[in-house]
Write a protein that binds this ligand. Structure first.
Ligand SMILES: [Zn+2]
Ligand SMILES: [Zn+2]
Ligand SMILES: [Zn+2]
Ligand SMILES: [Zn+2]
Length: 305
């Protein structure tokens, strides 16, 4: 990856980085990879921050796990970064070789640290080596913004994201579990950029995102509509939804289970887990002259017992 090469060059060109631990220059880079949760944790850490700094990989700034590598000068490096530095220590540029830093691995094993989602409400404290596993499943871990039309990097809990969708993406908010939408596009042959505004439904004390968009399925332009649940997968399974699209005497009905927004919009779309409408069918539904796409989608969300 070109950007990571640039990054390594950057480190090498800064002579002051040679003496560890000089983390000030590197901290900024950590923020640019966008992990606010980790930065937010720092004031709350109970373990002396110098030990934590020792366990931070100088390249990716993530916590290091065995095998932790070191160069012959003692600079450490995580096992994820090691294959990417072409056998050169990113700190002193000496050959890296294959030396493990067992002492540091043992120090790590004796640590207990708070979950990195502490600021989101998690009060768990975990042994260093099981912390990562917990964090990958922590119920307090923030969600990504479910908006599909942009590369939005906002994360947060559900109430925060609902406010964000409303205020920053200006999405349509609907109360109730039934809907009746019309999607119109004047030139149905331009499918590439046909993504309609996300709609958010509020019902059963929960929030659901209705996506509708055009995409290319192999050579064929198709439309897809699907629902995502703003919450975790185990809760999403308590709901079902149906979508119906029709016109000109034809009708298609889809019944599905909303997917958690933990699954990216793209992942759901690419697994075809929704109502898929071939363009020709969509034009039948639109009626008339095939010049305009005019799809009426009705739907309902309900709770299973
Ligand atoms: Zn690393
Ligand atoms: Zn070194
Ligand atoms: Zn946690
Ligand atoms: Zn967003």
């Amino acid at each position: 990856m070109a950007s990571s090469n640039l990054f390594f060059d950057d480190i090498r060109n800064k002579p002051e980085v040679i003496d560890p631990p000089q983390n000030e220059d590197l901290t900024d880079i950590g923020e640019s990879v966008n992990d606010p949760a980790q930065t937010a944790l720092k004031p709350n850490v109970t373990v002396s921050s110098s030990v934590r700094e020792l366990l931070e990989c100088p390249v990716c700034l993530n916590a290091m796990y065995p095998p932790i590598h070191q160069c012959s000068n003692g600079h450490t490096l995580c096992s994820g970064c090691k294959p990417r530095v072409q056998n050169r220590c990113p700190t002193c540029r000496h050959e890296l070789g294959n030396i493990r830093c067992l002492a540091l691995e043992k120090v790590a094993a004796s640590l207990e640290l708070p979950c990195k989602y502490q600021s989101f409400g998690c009060i768990g404290i975990y042994p260093y080596y099981s912390k990562l596993k917990h964090e990958s499943q922590c119920v307090f871990r923030p969600y990504n913004c479910p908006y599909a039309g942009s590369e939005c990097t906002v994360i947060g809990d559900i109430p925060y994201l609902v406010a964000h969708l409303k205020d920053d993406h200006k999405v349509d908010m609907h109360n109730g579990s039934t809907f009746n939408h019309r999607y119109v596009k004047s030139n149905p042959h331009e499918v590439e950029n046909a993504t309609w505004m996300l709609t958010v439904f509020s019902c059963f004390g929960q929030y659901f995102c209705l996506h509708f968009e055009a995409f290319q399925l192999g050579m064929a332009p198709v439309y897809i509509a699907f629902l995502r649940f703003m919450g975790d997968d185990n809760e999403a399974k308590n709901y079902s939804y149906s979508l119906e699209v029709g016109g000109g005497g034809r009708k298609m009905i889809w019944q599905g289970v909303p997917r958690s927004i933990r699954d990216s919009h793209r992942k759901v779309r690419d697994s075809f887990d929704g109502l898929i409408i071939q363009r020709n069918m969509a034009l039948f539904f639109s009626g008339g002259d095939r010049k305009e796409l005019k799809l009426r989608v009705t739907g309902r969300i309900w709770k299973e017992q």
